[in-house]
Design a protein. Structure first.
Length: 330
């Protein structure tokens, strides 16, 4: 029997005004699929890339890659979930901006009872991103307690999780943000040093903090505005780890410059490569559940919007007016 679901989708790419709330019918899950009823939905910058067409989707397209709720139906061949399970996920295909959906079960994990639906929806994509960055995207020789790392957008959803997790790992995280308030928040949650990039150039400050040596790795989701100076923040053999481009994609560059600047490494990471198998996805999720469940990493939900107000949520996100995580409420 089909179920009606209010769903936010786009019929064409463009600004937040393209987000439309429609009623769609949702059927039964097929082999390898589940049907989940959302209690909360996560908002992420990749949703903006999908809406604008930077990351193209077949149109019309529902947006959203993160959610938490209760499993309503399970398709053939799904063994790790059952009807009634509390569950959360980060992964494709897009379509979490809705009340109910059918989706592949591979990306969906059982949500521990100690973690709320709101926290689950707010943390899966951002938390798994912080996990693969700090644990799986490391410079030559790895990361060790006392090492300096530079993390841009440190007061964002991924950044605030990374600040706390880096402190747990004993890393000296230098966080950048665009206001004194955001810097204070990053510092409160574990950043060893903070830099307001609207008041000072982060490059000389990073050099000062590290005694002129530079950092082992830069984690950068900003892109164009931070790219060139970030390369100069790295010590020899350092790693530039790009995982987003909120200010636009970095300009093309000649690989030879990496040699001149200290035999540097550059990588462009995507969460969905890391969670491509259920086994690795579950392993990473278990690590996230453990550190959140222990209380060592707390998930801040600083903005809540009704699902019908997804446009306003996108406006706030793009204007960099958000901190921590943002959820949509179906």
């Amino acid at each position: 029997m089909p179920h009606s679901s209010k769903t936010v989708r786009i019929d064409q790419t463009g600004g937040p005004e393209q987000l439309k709330l429609v009623d769609l019918e949702v059927g039964e899950p097929g082999p390898g699929q589940i049907r989940i009823r959302h209690h909360a939905v996560g908002l992420n910058y990749i949703d903006v890339y999908h809406r604008t067409g930077l990351y193209p989707l077949p149109l019309p397209a529902a947006l959203g890659l993160e959610g938490a709720g209760v499993v309503e139906a399970v398709g053939e061949g799904v063994a790790h979930l059952k009807v009634g399970d509390r569950a959360a996920y980060a992964g494709g295909p897009p379509g979490s901006y809705c009340e109910v959906r059918v989706m592949p079960a591979q990306a969906v994990c059982r949500l521990p009872d100690a973690i709320s639906f709101e926290t689950g929806a707010a943390m899966m994509l951002k938390g798994l991103t912080a996990q693969y960055l700090l644990k799986r995207t490391q410079p030559q020789g790895g990361l060790h307690p006392g090492d300096f790392i530079l993390f841009h957008a440190a007061a964002g959803g991924v950044g605030l999780i990374a600040c706390q997790w880096a402190k747990v790992l004993g890393l000296q995280l230098i966080g950048t943000a665009g206001s004194d308030e955001k810097c204070a928040l990053a510092k409160e949650l574990g950043a060893a040093h903070v830099i307001n990039y609207n008041k000072e150039d982060f490059l000389p400050r990073v050099k000062e903090i590290t005694g002129g040596k530079g950092v082992k790795v830069v984690y950068d989701s900003v892109g164009k505005d931070t790219w060139d100076r970030s390369l100069d923040c790295l010590r020899p053999f350092g790693l530039m780890a790009s995982f987003g481009n909120s200010s636009g994609p970095p300009a093309p560059f000649a690989p030879g410059i990496l040699g001149v600047k200290g035999s540097l490494y550059v990588t462009r990471q995507v969460l969905f490569t890391h969670i491509a198998t259920r086994e690795v996805n579950q392993e990473m999720a278990d690590d996230l559940f453990d550190v959140v469940g222990s209380g060592k990493v707390k998930i801040r939900i600083d903005q809540r919007f009704p699902l019908a107000n997804a446009r306003e949520a996108h406006v706030a996100l793009e204007a960099r007016k958000t901190t921590g995580s943002t959820i949509l409420q179906p």
